[in-house]
Design a protein around this ligand. Structure first.
Ligand code: AMP
Length: 281
């Protein structure tokens, strides 16, 4: 694995490989790597000649300054994990390297960035779109890998790829969970021991909601999920929406949509966790 901080150097290395017809898989991350990230890297290794991983805690996508400050930065540990899977290039740029000047670009995502994370984290998806555009311009991969854990982000990146005219295949990857069902996340390590004991309720409630959906309406299912999680004093649901998996519009009836996704954000102390589940009706 070669670690590179400089974008011009990475471009040069990758151009040389492209001239030799190598396919390039790209896995953008913010580090504090866990098995979820490693699963994306394994998908990339299986489908491409070369895999590039980036680690960059992107300041423009944090609407909460404290969340940005406490976000874990443990690149030496990450390198050890990357050495257990195949990763050809690790790109670890500085903020100056990615944002040498203020980037004023705006993006039109229609409804996609108005709801859920977009509603509660103003500016978040603009920051995501900025950094992903910059990284795509540098790496210019054949395929890029994104987790369904961040379902709305994945939907927006598919849209971004279209509007920016990139010929990059966006590969969605399933959510990896801990043994107790908790969706893996870099933020999980910030939970206290006590909070960690309570948070499996989030995914367990989502799993049960799938069964409940057989007998309850959409509105009743939503209510049941919010009430079930809010009964735990450690947790406060920010939103739970059941949306069409393409346009992210809230569904009113189960008949509206064959495949929809229930997306949730929950505050646990200072930490905010997200998760989602597919309702295949
Ligand atoms: P992050 O470092 O949180 O920005 O995540 C980098 C990539 O890993 C994103 O595409 C995430 O959706 C994906 N990812 C994060 N957690 C998981 C998980 N538990 N399972 C699968 N993919 C994940």
């Amino acid at each position: 694995m070669k670690r590179i901080d400089n974008k011009a150097e990475l471009v040069k290395e990758l151009n040389r490989l492209r001239e030799n017809s190598k396919t390039i898989g790209f896995v953008p991350t913010m580090g504090a790597l866990h098995e979820g990230h490693l699963s994306l890297i394994r998908y990339s290794n299986n489908q491409n000649d070369i895999t590039v991983v980036s680690i960059f805690v992107n300041p423009t996508q944090f609407n909460d300054k404290k969340d940005y400050q406490r976000y874990p930065r443990i690149v030496e540990d990450d390198i050890k994990k990357l050495e257990t899977v195949t990763c050809d290039f690790l790109f670890t740029p500085s903020e100056q390297e990615m944002y040498p000047e203020n980037d004023t670009r705006e993006f039109d995502f229609g409804n996609l960035d108005k709801v859920m994370e977009g509603e509660f984290r103003p500016g978040h998806f603009r920051g995501v779109a900025l950094i992903v555009s910059k990284l795509f311009d540098i790496v210019n991969p054949t395929r890029a890998y994104f987790g369904e854990k961040d379902f709305q982000q994945l939907t927006i990146i598919k849209h971004l790829t279209k509007i920016n005219g990139y010929s990059i295949e966006i590969v969605p990857c399933p959510i990896l969970r801990e043994a107790d069902g908790l969706a893996m996340s870099s933020r999980n390590m910030l939970l206290t021991t006590e909070e960690r004991k309570h948070v499996p309720l989030i995914s367990q409630t989502l799993f049960k909601a799938k069964e409940k959906a057989n007998n309850l309406s959409v509105a009743e299912t939503k209510d049941w999920v919010v009430r079930s999680i809010n009964t735990d004093p450690f947790m406060k649901v920010e939103y739970f929406e059941i949306v069409n998996d393409t346009n992210l519009e809230s569904i009113k009836n189960w008949n509206d949509q064959k495949t929809c996704v229930g997306c949730i954000a929950v505050h646990v102390g200072n930490i905010r966790l997200i998760d989602n589940i597919r309702f295949n009706l």
